[in-house]
Design a protein around this ligand. Sequence first.
Ligand SMILES: [Zn+2]
Ligand SMILES: [Zn+2]
Length: 258
Amino acid sequence: MRVQLLPSTFDSQGQATSDQRLTCFLIDECVAVDAGSIALALTPEQREQVRDIIVTHPHMDHIASLPIFIDDLFETLTSPVRVYATPEVIDLLERDIFNWNVYPRFSELKNEHGPVMEYVPIPTGKEFRIAHLTVTAVAVNHIVPTVGLLVSDGKSTVAFSSDTAETDEFWNLINRAPGIDALLVETSFPDSMAKLAEVSRHFTPASLQRDLRKLNHNGLDILAVHIKPAYRKLVIEELQALNVPRLGVMEPGKTYSW
Ligand SMILES: [Zn+2]
Ligand SMILES: [Zn+2]
């Protein structure tokens, strides 16, 4: 499975910077996990292929350019953009984003080929299929309804924590899997901001280390994501000091294969 964390900011030469402000992972060039930077960073080829988008929760950094993505494609779509989310998250997207005020309610609009956007409600704790992938979503511990994901293509398996603080179900889900190749896990704040991390339900390196003790698998790649750009250097130093085997930081723009 190939996974790319799409970049969300670019330097003056147009190169992706290592700061991550928005969240959007692209799996095998066709399925997106979250849609923060989806309209900003896809290549024209990827833009033609991505029609399946899983939204883990409705925070702006995870959906910022989803409306723009659909808007860009509106005239040319020959099949709807499918937005996979739990029923609670679908309700929030409809209430707060696609509400005719912030943006049009695309789920009610059609072009000459038919609907342009379709919601696909997803269960929690039960496998479902998206394209060639098998996905399981479970609730994680964030301030709005949010799911973490376990995604398999039949050969390799990758877990996405989404935004969370200490949690159990997500680790139980991973531990039940026969094997796991990579864990992409959020580490938003440095340890000195533990209080803010706690109230906003995010990990710091220290709280991540405590939660990683719940993980039974060994030998997987663990890549930190969702590091607040202002504290990136400090968070990386604190992560390195943990001495967790195969723990690194995911670089925006780079494609990883497992
Ligand atoms: Zn969030
Ligand atoms: Zn976030």
